[in-house]
Structure formats: structure tokens, C-alpha cells
Design a protein around this ligand. Structure first.
Ligand code: NAP
Length: 331
């Protein structure tokens, strides 16, 4: 059966999703090569920084069969020689006929790949689709700080703990598995000192049987309180601590983090919203009512409805008996 551009796109998106969490500060790009006779002959994702980019991985696998074919890439092929050669030139050298890409490269240094390809007689098309796994990196690159996702688990009426403090577990098994799967795709997980002291979290990405995932995000705590003697798990596994939000974001950006997950508590979540740095929200909502207890936020972040933090609803996913709402910053 002959494969289509849509099939190649699906393969490229899957390859990008697979490498997310391992490529920063580079983007998690996926690429697929459709041969002239309609077969997917090479698929690849960007390797850890310093390694080959997605196009090169896919071209290597395709070999001679890339000639006259179509390359589908989730990001415009780069046009600069960093630690690896320019991907646009690699596609020219492989003599592909057409290059289809989804997102233009917002990085000035690397942009111009499409132009370079056209100048060498290659047909270039921008496809009308999005690569969800690239969006945090794109936002981070445009804003010059890591993309921030605020994550919490809440009851239907917005509580994260009951009046007596019990909070384990508000959501069910499927939602908790999703959290761990999500963690492995992030560059860092952040909590406030309040959570580190109260919960002694390990902030690791774990499989259902408790074993560690192959990829672990950096563990970060924000706040000034001394964690010695309390945050046993964090001390055992290693963590970074920063006194404030701007300092943490700057240090994380400088050290290559592009995609970070803030896991609470309510005081830090309020601070992140007040700082205007929340790009996305992941709310795991349980079909439970408490009527009282701790809230998602520690204080009002708006005095009137017109000033409320409003997001676009990007996705609704059912996870067992719970629902995951994915929200993105309103443009
Ligand atoms: N259900 C859930 O989804 C969930 C998730 C996480 C936590 N929790 C619960 O939440 C509770 C802890 O929440 P919490 O609100 O007390 O603590 P928290 O938000 O984890 O930490 C508060 C501390 O973080 C630092 N911080 C917060 N905002 C800051 C800002 N804008 N600038 C600088 N530093 C900032 C301060 O540290 P210093 O005082 O050290 O300077 C502050 O005291 C725990 O009981 C935990 O179990 C629930």
C-alpha cells in the first residue's frame, strides 16, 4: 500500500513526541522520508544536544531511497552550523524533491532553511497542522524563558485537600499514571519549599510498578527555607534550589531547560500567575465535591472578574473517572 504525506506526517509527529524531554535546549523535532515510490523509508527524532537532528537521522535511515522523495519535518529545517551541520543542506545533498514542514523556526540564527531549500530547486510546502510536542519549545524560544505549565489535581469545586489536610488521592490511578508519563517529557519539575517540607516528594517519573522511567526531569525547589533534614527524598536524589521565581526561570533557561512543570503548592502557583509566566495549565479534575479545604491558589490573583487569569481550553481528556483539562495562555 502506498503511504501518503499524512502517513509521513503521523510518523514525524510520533518521532518528535518520542524524543521530547531529551533534546533541550534543542527542539524535539520529528522527521520522516517518503520515497518517490510512496514508502516511508526513514523516520527520526532529534538526538540529545550535540547529536544529529531529526532530518539527518531520517535521511541516514533512508539512504539512497531519499533521492526524489519527500521529507516531512515538524520544524523548518535549520540553516546554521552549530555543533551539527545545517539540516537544509543535508536535504539538498540527499536530493529530495520536496520538503514539507509544520512550524517556521523562530530562532533567528537557525531560520532561513526554507529559503535555502528553494534556492536549490527543492519544492517547499508549509503544512497546515501543529506539532503539540513542539509548542512549549516554540513558546520558550519566542519569550526567552522556559515554557511554564502549571499542574494541579482538584475536586470539582476547586479543592486540592480536604479540611483535615488529606489529599491523597484526589484523582485516580489513570490520572496519576498520566502525571508520571508527563513528567518524563519535561526538562524540570518545580515545587515550593512548602510542598518540599510538607510532603517530602521524590519528584520522579515512575512506571506503574514504581520503577523509574528511563528519563528523569531536573528537580527544582523555589524558596529560601532550608530543606536540610526534611526533604529527604530530594536530598537523596539531588535537586536545585532558587530563592525566587525570576531567578529560577533565568537559571533554568541558561542551563538549557525549555519546558518545565510547576506542581505546586498553592502559594507558588499564585506567585507564578502573578508573575505572568504561566503559559499552560493542566488541571486534573476529580468528580468529587468537598465544599471546603485547601484551594488550587493560596490567594486571589484578581480583584474582579475582568482581571481574572483566563486561558483557552486546548483539550479535554478523560482519564478513568477523572478529566484532564489542558489550557493554554490566551494570545
Ligand atoms: N493536591 C495538589 O495538587 C498539591 C500539589 C502540591 C502541593 N500540595 C499541598 O500544598 C501544601 C504546600 O503548599 P504551600 O502553598 O504551603 O507551599 P508551596 O507553594 O509549595 O511553597 C511555598 C513557598 O514557596 C516559596 N515561594 C512561593 N511563591 C514564591 C514567590 N513568588 N517568590 C519566592 N518564593 C516563593 C516560598 O518559600 P520560602 O518561604 O522558603 O521563601 C513559600 O513559602 C502541602 O501541604 C502540599 O501537600 C497539594
Amino acid at each position: 500500500m502506498t503511504a501518503t504525506i499524512e502517513d509521513a506526517l503521523a510518523a514525524a509527529l510520533a518521532a518528535g513526541a518520542e524524543v521530547r524531554g531529551s533534546t533541550s535546549p534543542n527542539p524535539p523535532v520529528g522527521a520522516a522520508i517518503l520515497s518517490a515510490d510512496g514508502e516511508i523509508v526513514g523516520v527520526g527524532g532529534t538526538q540529545p544536544a550535540g547529536g544529529p537532528h531529526a532530518e539527518v537521522m531520517a535521511l541516514r535511515r533512508a539512504g539512497e531511497r531519499a533521492r526524489g522523495g519527500t521529507a516531512v519535518v515538524t520544524l523548518e529545517p535549520c540553516n546554521h552550523s552549530g555543533r551539527t551541520g545545517p539540516c537544509a543542506q543535508a536535504l539538498v545533498d540527499a536530493a529530495v524533491d520536496t520538503v514539507c514542514y509544520l512550524h517556521p523556526d523562530p530562532n533567528e540564527q537557525a531560520a532561513g532553511g526554507a529559503e535555502h531549500l528553494r534556492a536549490h530547486g527543492i519544492t517547499v510546502r508549509r503544512l497546515d497542522a501543529q506539532a503539540p510536542d513542539l509548542l512549549p519549545w516554540l513558546t520558550a524560544t519566542r519569550s526567552g524563558r522556559p515554557h511554564v505549565t502549571l499542574k494541579f489535581a482538584q475536586t470539582l469545586d476547586g479543592h486540592t485537600a480536604a479540611p483535615d489536610g488529606t489529599s491523597q488521592w484526589i484523582t485516580g490511578e489513570a490520572a496519576r499514571r498520566h502525571v508520571h508519563e508527563d513528567r518524563r517529557r519535561r526538562d524540570a519539575i518545580i515545587v515550593g519549599t512548602g510542598t518540599a517540607l510538607a510532603d517530602d516528594p521524590s519528584l520522579t517519573a515512575r512506571l506503574a510498578d514504581g520503577a523509574l522511567h528511563d528519563r528523569q526531569p531536573r528537580r527544582v525547589v523555589i524558596g529560601t527555607r532550608d530543606l536540610a533534614g526534611s526533604a529527604t527524598n530530594l536530598h537523596r536524589l539531588g535537586f536545585e534550589q532558587y530563592p525566587d521565581i525570576p531567578g529560577a526561570l533565568e537559571a533554568l533557561w541558561e542551563s538549557g531547560a525549555r519546558d518545565i512543570l510547576v506542581e505546586g503548592g498553592a502559594t507558588l502557583a499564585s506567585g507564578m500567575l502573578e508573575a505572568g509566566v504561566v503559559d499552560a495549565v493542566q488541571a486534573y479534575v476529580a468528580p468529587t465535591l468537598l465544599g471546603g479545604g485547601a484551594g488550587v491558589l493560596a490567594r486571589a490573583v484578581a480583584g474582579t472578574l475582568a482581571d481574572a487569569a483566563v486561558f483557552d481550553l486546548a483539550d479535554v481528556t478523560r482519564l478513568g473517572g477523572d478529566v484532564l483539562l489542558t489550557l493554554t495562555r490566551k494570545d
